[in-house]
Design a protein around this ligand. Structure first.
Ligand code: AMP
Ligand code: MG
Length: 518
């Protein structure tokens, strides 16, 4: 395995001079050197061949002992120096101070086909940022991260990627429900990949410490490496940098809304500076369409990170980033203007997104009302978001509308006449609205099916894969991986995954209830 190794990050940014792997506050540095922990019996469970190819790793090489050792932290690739990054963050609305890569270790950068990829292990042991935890990850959360990152990629949502999922061979103690019942689980390691793992929190930590010098070094590096089209660093460039981060963040969140993804922990330490979906923890997929839904039990009370609030939180997080960048910009007005623009763009783009989900490719001034009515109607009774929009592409007229989407209702027998009437009213408006579209219903169907996925990683699907994996059977991981590579395709042979959540999964831990314990 001959990789084209680069070191832009460690060569350009200041390292922690303390080489000890002890937990501490790290100042005047962007990262600390830290090696992964050797594990008892590493075993690779799954590989993303497409991601391996992006790194110029052949299928044969992924089968090697060396590959296994590298992606589980048991061997360090020659002439590379693994490290953990220092970052802070606002968690659930409050400044939490230094956080950092507590269980992520960056291995190296690979350049291939003019792309620079960072390779990082999640769950490979302690770093100076591990605080009170162990730096490890369990199999269940690793399966969820591994599958979801690749699923997001194939859905066309900006995201970090997965290269491999492995067992460490060690056991890890976790209290899943935080109720005083810790138990041992299988330890696992995901090798994940991104052009950058920098988060808003990497910038916030320097401003919080009044360290403008290092803030500037990090911003300049980020612009040179990832926003080079903005030009040489200057105040104006910094403003444009913030503008682009703001636009990318909004774009990512609009995609989340489109596919029904709820991140679950949108703390600023989980917000990528490149606008990529990062840190797949207690995330979930909407089953019943519900703006108030969050999978994260840690957020049960206030539901700060509920589905319908994600765009607002994106903005709130950008305010924190604006504050972090202020010391090198020293002007409030341009930052405020960008934040105002986020709100205006959200209105425009979210309407466009909903129009496209409905197959409306011309524009009509009543469309905002039509989509708003739909969102209200969708929340009258439990209605599966994915099935609803997918089936809607077969809509013909008001008379058959209800029949066509019927499969999306969780309790179709119990739907009242009143609710049925509301649906019929909406279908009537929709039928009328479609009349001004210039494309045939066949064309509309094709276009809608390219926007409304047929297959998403429903919460219970991951849980089934996890339950099997706990028993040593890893087949379902591959089945779901293959399925989710083509989320917009019909895949009739895999139709069983185009189904509502089964009743047993309604209130099951891991399906609708997830904690940050991972
Ligand atoms: P998260 O909520 O998963 O984004 O994590 C928030 C912070 O906690 C990050 O700094 C993580 O690195 C750290 N963290 C989470 N789990 C662990 C763990 N098992 N060991 C060490 N640090 C962790
Ligand atoms: Mg995180």
């Amino acid at each position: 395995m001959q990789l084209n190794i680069k070191n832009t990050f460690i060569e350009n940014l200041p390292a922690d001079s303390n080489l000890e792997n002890s937990r501490r506050q790290v100042e005047n540095a962007v990262y600390s050197f830290a090696n992964p922990k050797k594990t008892a019996m590493p075993q690779v469970l799954h590989i993303s061949p497409e991601m391996a190819a992006e790194l110029n790793i052949s299928e044969e090489e992924t089968q090697s002992e060396f590959f296994k050792n590298v992606v589980t932290g048991n061997e360090i690739y020659p002439k590379t120096t693994p490290f953990a990054m220092c970052y802070g963050g606002h968690q659930f609305g409050n400044w939490a101070g230094q956080l950092g890569d507590g269980r992520a270790i960056n291995l190296f950068e690979v350049e291939h086909q003019n792309k620079n990829w960072k390779v990082q292990l999640k769950g490979a042991g302690e770093t100076p940022y591990s605080r009170t935890a162990d730096g490890l990850a369990v199999l269940r959360s690793s399966i969820r991260e591994y599958l979801c990152a690749e699923a997001m990629f194939y859905l066309g949502v900006p995201t970090t990627r997965s290269l491999s999922l492995s067992l460490s061979g060690d056991n890890v103690l976790r209290d899943v429900l935080y109720n005083g019942n810790p138990a041992y689980e299988k330890g696992a390691i995901v090798a994940r990949i991104s052009p950058s793992f920098l988060r808003f929190g990497n910038f916030e930590i320097f401003t919080a410490r009044k360290d403008v010098k290092n803030l500037k070094i990090l911003v300049d590096y980020t612009i040179q490496q990832h926003f080079a089209h903005l030009g040489k660093p200057s105040k104006e460039t910094y403003i444009n940098f913030f503008k682009e981060v703001s636009e990318r963040t909004l774009e990512m969140i609009i995609h989340w809304q489109r596919v029904g993804f709820v991140h679950g922990v949108m703390n600023t330490d989980n917000m990528s500076i490149l606008g990529l979906t990062i840190d797949f923890g207690p995330y979930g997929w909407l089953e019943g369409f519900d703006f108030g839904w969050t999978p994260n039990t840690t957020d049960r009370q206030h539901k700060r990170y509920r589905y319908g609030n994600q765009p607002n939180i994106g903005l709130w997080n950008l305010y924190q980033l604006a504050n972090a960048l202020y010391p090198i910009i020293e002007e409030v007005a341009p930052l405020n203007k960008i934040l105002e623009q986020y709100k205006a763009s959200f209105e425009v783009q979210s309407l466009q997104m909903m129009q496209s989900k409905l197959g409306l490719f011309t524009s009509d001034e009543e469309d905002a009302k039509l989509t708003q009515d739909l969102e209200e109607t969708l929340q009258l009774v439990e209605t599966d978001m994915t099935i609803f929009f997918r089936n809607l592409s077969s809509f013909v007229d008001e008379k058959t509308g209800f029949e066509i989407v019927k499969g999306a209702f969780y309790n179709v027998e119990d739907i009242s006449e009143d609710v049925k009437n509301k649906w019929n009213n909406w279908f009537k408006k929709y039928e009328n609205r479609l009349k001004i579209e210039r494309i045939s219903s066949e064309e509309r169907k094709v276009k809608m099916n390219a926007i409304n996925p047929k297959y998403v990683l429903r919460n219970y699907m991951s849980q089934l894969a996890i339950d099997d994996a706990d028993k040593g059977n890893y087949n379902l991981i591959d089945e779901l991986f293959q399925l989710l590579k083509n989320p917009y395709a019909e895949q009739p042979e895999r139709q069983k995954w185009f189904a509502k959540r089964p009743e047993w999964a309604r209130n099951k831990v891991g399906c609708s209830m997830l904690s940050c314990s991972s």
